[in-house]
Design a binder for this molecule. Structure first.
Ligand code: 0SG
Length: 208
């Protein structure tokens, strides 16, 4: 079985609204995946993503009806402040979506067969591509240093694909087919969150 397909995202409705509970239930499976990667260096990344999810859920549970969609949470928080708050679920989702974009680009790059031909069992080219496109511009040198350390600890391609298959020996092609299947709903969901931040002018471009 595939770890990704066990936690498949649902197809978006035509208006691309994202059901908060469904979204939170699906993304909350992602942090445990870091435990399969075999290095403690991933712990701060796992904590960051878990913290984002906890924060969004904390807002949602206060009034599940009012916060039924991710957009309704942003709208409510926008109304409470004179400008977009550097706090709350709006901030947590802003960072979470960047992590989700990183995962999307990494998986897409693997699914597309992008490789370092000299080191075909490494995933550094895929991880670096994801980092440069999704995260790097938000990081100052110290956080970029965490990335460099994580890159050194990145698992071999074969081990990464095995982890995605929950430790089972699955043919590479079958595993990549599962990755592609997972991306069918995952990518539009991440795109829709990005579109929402753009349309609502909610993106904050500072660095950490
Ligand atoms: C398979 C190999 C994988 C390699 C993985 C490499 C990944 C890249 C490494 C990047 C290192 C990131 C370390 C953490 C950085 C954090 O400082 C930033 C900013 O964090 C935000 O800061 C918090 O997320 C916010 O939390 S909140 O919920 O309370 O709102 C908030 O604290 C904010 C501070 O805001 S301020 O007060 O300044 O306004 N986080 C990131 O950059 C996101 C990192 C996501 C990485 C996703 C990697 C996925 C890997 C998957 C592997 C399959």
């Amino acid at each position: 079985m595939s770890l990704l397909l066990d936690n498949q995202f649902k197809e978006l409705p035509p208006d691309k609204s994202i059901d908060t509970k469904l979204f939170l239930d699906t993304v909350s499976h992602l942090p445990s995946f870091f435990d399969c990667l075999g290095s403690k260096i991933f712990s701060p990344i796992k904590s960051d993503i878990s913290g984002n999810i906890t924060k969004i859920r904390g807002v949602y549970v206060k009034d599940p009806e009012k916060y039924a969609t991710l957009k309704s949470i942003l709208e409510a928080e926008r109304e409470e402040h004179a400008e977009w708050p550097k706090a709350g679920a709006t901030l947590a989702l802003m960072w979470l979506k960047r992590g989700l974009r990183f995962i999307q680009i990494l998986l897409q790059s693997l699914a597309d067969g992008e490789k370092d031909e000299n080191n075909p069992n490494l995933i550094k080219v895929n991880v670096t591509k994801a980092y440069e496109q999704a995260l790097k511009k938000y990081h100052r040198w110290m956080v970029q240093g965490i990335f460099s350390a994580a890159l050194v600890a990145a698992p071999y391609r074969s081990n990464f694909l095995k982890a995605l298959s929950k430790g089972e020996e699955v043919k590479e092609e079958d595993c990549l087919a599962n990755v592609r299947h997972f991306l069918v709903n995952y990518t539009p969901t991440v795109d829709a969150i990005y579109e929402m931040y753009t349309d609502m002018n909610a993106e904050l471009d500072y660095t950490v």
